[in-house]
Design a protein around this ligand. Structure first.
Ligand SMILES: Cc1cc2nc3c(=O)[nH]c(=O)nc-3n(C[C@H](O)[C@H](O)[C@H](O)COP(=O)(O)O)c2cc1C
Length: 204
């Protein structure tokens, strides 16, 4: 904390020297005080977000499209100062979800509007957990060639609701690999989610 503030003041003072060599000592002091306050406020806001929003993101991805979405969503969360644990569904079990304030699930759709095989055990285990009070959202890559577009996203939303979770955003479905614009939409999804999670997360 002290190191960051000192660095920032030095940088600002250097800038001040470059642009206004006749700047008075007291004026510089005022700027330094302002910078310290600004940093303190920014840091406090980030600590609050991180403290309140303990987020886990669990995804399945066979060819990498949903994983790209997961990475962009996690980047959006971190850009707000939030912290997120990102895991493949193959390394996770549903009971872990109860340890977190907020839950993100991501899955591509398989077969005829089905969950990926690697999500099936996890999905069944969700029958045995309660996520009352947790914020949640779901995303996944899809393909509009199939009649059941992104059905896995809808299945997971319904299952989360059955556990008592509060699904706070509409499911985010992206056609195949996210374009630059869609990756940005994913980042915004993450940043919006962490704000919603921070604004009222409470574990039961
Ligand atoms: C056999 C098969 C069945 C699929 N079924 C669907 C489907 O019912 N609905 C859909 O939206 N996409 C379907 N898809 C498309 C995948 O969801 C899509 O390719 C997705 O981008 C894969 O995501 P991933 O790269 O994260 O694995 C299917 C793909 C395959 C190969």
């Amino acid at each position: 904390m002290i190191i960051i503030i000192t660095y920032d003041i030095t940088e600002k003072a250097r800038l001040e020297d470059t642009h206004c060599t006749k700047g008075t000592h007291s004026f510089r002091n005022t700027i330094d005080t302002y910078n310290v306050m600004l940093l303190w406020r920014r840091r406090t806001a980030r600590e609050e977000t991180a403290a309140l929003a303990d987020i886990v993101l669990i995804y399945a991805s066979m060819t990498g499209n949903t994983e790209e979405m997961a990475d962009a969503i996690a980047a959006g969360i971190r850009s707000e100062g939030g912290e997120v644990v990102v895991k493949s569904v193959m390394d996770a079990n549903a009971s872990e979800l109860e340890r977190y304030d907020a839950v993100l699930l991501g899955a591509y759709t398989w077969g005829d509007g089905e969950l990926p095989d690697e999500f099936l055990d996890f999905y069944e285990e969700m029958d045995d957990i309660r996520l009352t009070g947790r914020k949640a959202a779901v995303f996944g890559s899809c393909d509009s060639c199939y009649p059941e577009y992104g059905a896995a996203v809808d299945l997971l939303i319904n299952k989360l609701r059955e556990t008592g979770a509060d699904v706070v955003l509409p499911g985010l479905k992206v056609e195949l690999s996210p374009s630059t614009e869609e990756a940005e939409t994913c980042r915004r999804f993450g940043s919006e989610f962490v704000k919603l999670a921070a604004s009222g997360a409470a574990r039961s």
